[in-house]
Design a protein around this ligand. Sequence first.
Ligand SMILES: [Ca+2]
Length: 173
Amino acid sequence: MRRAKHSLGFTLVELLVVISIVIALATIVWKANAGLATRNALQTQQRVFDVLGDAVAAYLEVYSDYPSQPETLQVVMDAFKDEILLRDRIAGDSEVLYEMLDSLMDSRHLLSRLHTGCVTDLPRSGESNGNSKPEIRDVWGTVLFYQSTTSFPLFISAGPDRRFDTADDVRSK
Ligand SMILES: [Ca+2]
């Protein structure tokens, strides 16, 4: 009787140790996978920036200017430069960028290299999509922020947390 009790106690301790080890290993594997997924996503996002950079460069070569933002939008941006939420409100401007790049054959060709998930609301051939225009999104699904400046334009992704102006934002180089 005593022996059976002792054996049961030993098994419970063993069980707890095994559970602890399994939890620790699972945590390590999970963290490693999460880190790998984030690194892969960041690499994919940099490739998206590279493609967009090439498309903008092709545009620059033909028009001697960068694809611009609508003048009214630029005025709003200048006025509210410091507003953190501004980028969330105006990020939809990537559809203007897409439209301008899509208007030039060389740039359009480059845009076709973008990961399909990074361009949304693309009308199917021969099908009207109403007022909806294609938008360029980052690999996490948030519309990209595009800032046309006098130097090379800047692209900003809101990053994994999908919010702008936080530490994980990703900028084009
Ligand atoms: Ca962010």
